[in-house]
Write a protein that binds this ligand. Structure first.
Ligand code: TPP
Length: 537
């Protein structure tokens, strides 16, 4: 008989899961001893970072990724990345150590209630009842994590289990494409055939289901306008495409206003709808037909209206294209954006305009710059699949480790992380792993010295500006980068930006470019366009 440890490594090998992200502790050492040479352990100095890098790696490769955390100590620290994986549909197989079974009842040091702690944010949280069940539980977790909607699973493993005996567990083939109900799809086809002016909403699941090209083909077949879902965690439609109309606003009234001129709305792979601030209005104008196709039964159940169809987005887009009539219409010309001025202090608009000018066409952006999202949305043009990743549920700390994991997944593409000076602090230790792993990620810090997004929320909701904790002066990002062994550069003048960016792309090492920036003038992600903002005063 082999040990639980030997069977587990063999299983992971068969599943081709040979990269592990983690931060170790005493309860994981019996598993981590003598890691076989065909496995690669990537250390994160904080669990938010370890799980967050795994998140980036899983999104970049589209494959389930293994994370090893340390009991409740690390499951607690990693929880914000776990909830990112839950909302972002990212398949993570997370294991964490538990105390030795033989004295758990006595509440020893580092005993873990992690299973109960993480449960709301994972598809399955489990501590095997018997040591010999550990490999089979990991296999079951893997298959579940990779089913749509993909997501994290969590297995807590007592430290004495690894040396027990276990029968072999062989990897199985488990398919995951769920074809949407053709009868329901025909309802959509009929609605589109009788529509005068349909619109598509492109959601993140287009990338999860590898439906980018099929979605573009569908939009062109229907000649329909396309909007990106609100506060998009992925961009899933080419930004320079003539049918692209920009992003939906994340509040009820303004979003309904944006869609008011369409008679049929088809949401592909997104919730209906993701709102941020409470701005009541109609879901959509009455009389408009609304359809949602989603790979998530949860999203289908939670939609505020319309017809929801659960299934694979690529299969759905293909079905509609091959059944709905093609539509013709006069071509629409896009308005060119005004070129932002090279002002001092540098504005976010100028920064993104310049980045767009310099970056290669196949760049990957991992974004976390709350108050400058609008400028980034307007000035960055990405036309390739797998190019854009952002915070799925508003929890800061996503961007930097995700960028590092994405860079590991993409040896042939440069990853750029535009990140707020506040946001960067939530997972700053990812800099160290980027250096150690020689990952040429470019980190652009938007150093405005405050929590601008919160200030604009204060204004928008009439809370007022008398709120503590809104300013964060005096952080030197060049010194922090250097402290972790990374090159850093501060940019203050607009005329220095272009050359700094060019040098960063020409270099093959990771680099921090800290840009002193004017506070953003953006008003709460466009929600201020509403006539009836909430009043919390
Ligand atoms: C983990 C976490 N803590 C706090 C917040 C609240 N929050 C939202 S935006 C923001 C400001 C972030 O500052 P920065 O990255 O500098 O961006 P800016 O607002 O200046 O654009 C904060 C603290 C959050 N969303 N997540």
């Amino acid at each position: 008989m082999s040990t639980v440890r030997e069977v587990t490594y063999q299983l992971l090998r068969e599943l081709d899961v040979k990269i592990m992200f983690g931060n170790p502790g005493s309860t994981e050492l019996p598993f981590l001893r003598d890691v076989p040479s065909d496995f690669n352990y990537i250390l994160g100095l904080h669990e938010r970072v370890a799980a967050g890098m795994a998140l980036g790696y899983a999104m970049g490769t589209g494959r389930a990724t293994f994370v090893n955390l340390h009991s409740i100590a690390s499951a607690g620290n990693g929880l914000s990345a776990i909830q990112d994986a839950w909302y972002g549909h990212v398949p993570l197989v997370i294991t964490a150590g538990q105390q030795d079974r033989r004295h758990i009842l006595a509440e020893p040091f580092l005993v873990s209630r992690a299973v109960e702690t993480v449960r709301p944010y994972v598809k399955w949280a489990y501590e095997p009842l018997r040591a010999e069940d550990v490999p089979a539980a990991i296999a079951r977790g893997y298959y579940l994590a990779t089913q749509s909607p993909m997501g994290p699973v969590f297995i807590s493993i007592p430290m004495d289990d690894w040396t027990r005996e276990s029968a072999p567990v062989t990897a199985r083939k488990v398919t995951k494409t769920v074809i949407p109900d053709p009868e329901a799809m025909d309802d959509i086809v009929r609605a589109l055939d009788s529509s005068k002016n349909p619109v598509l909403i492109a959601g993140a699941q287009i990338e999860e289901d590898k439906a980018w090209h099929e979605t573009v083909a569908l939009a062109e077949h229907l000649n329909a306008d396309v909007y990106q879902q609100p506060i998009a965690p992925r961009w899933t439609f080419p930004r320079t495409h003539p049918l692209f109309r920009g992003s939906l606003l994340p509040a009820q009234k303004p979003l309904a206003d944006q869609l008011a001129r369409y008679d049929t709305v088809l949401v592909l792979g997104a919730p209906v709808f993701l709102y941020y601030s409470y701005v009541p209005g109609h879901l959509i104008k009455s009389g408009t037909k609304l359809f949602q196709i989603t790979n998530s039964p949860l999203d289908a159940a939670a939609a505020l209206g319309g017809t929801s169809i659960v299934g694979n987005i690529r299969a759905a887009a293909k079905y509609i294209r091959s059944h709905a009539q093609a539509r013709a219409r006069a071509s629409v010309t896009r308005k060119d954006l005004p070129e932002p001025k090279a002002e001092h202090p540098i504005t976010p608009a100028y920064l993104f305009y310049m980045l767009n000018k310099i970056m290669p066409g196949n760049v990957v952006i991992a974004e976390e710059c709350p108050s400058s999202k609008g400028d980034l949305d307007r000035y960055l043009f990405l036309d390739e699949p797998g190019s854009f990743y952002s915070v799925p549920n508003g929890v800061l700390g996503f961007g930097l480790p995700a960028a590092v994991g994405l860079q590991m997944a993409h040896a042939d593409r440069r990853v750029v992380c535009p990140i707020g000076d506040g946001s960067m602090q939530y997972s700053i230790q990812a800099l160290w792993t980027a250096v150690q792993q020689k990952l040429p990620v470019i980190i652009i810090v938007l150093r405005n010295g405050d929590y601008s997004a919160l200030k604009s929320f204060c204004d928008f909701t009439r809370v007022g500006r008398e709120v503590p904790g809104m300013d964060i002066p005096g952080i030197d990002f060049v010194k922090i980068a250097q402290g972790y062994g990374m090159d850093g550069q501060e940019i203050d003048r607009p005329e220095d930006l272009e050359i700094a960016l060019k040098q960063a792309f020409a270099a093959s090492e990771p680099r921090v470019i800290s840009v002193n920036l004017a506070s953003s003038t953006e008003k709460c992600m466009g929600m201020d366009q509403s006539v009836n903002p909430p009043n919390y005063r």
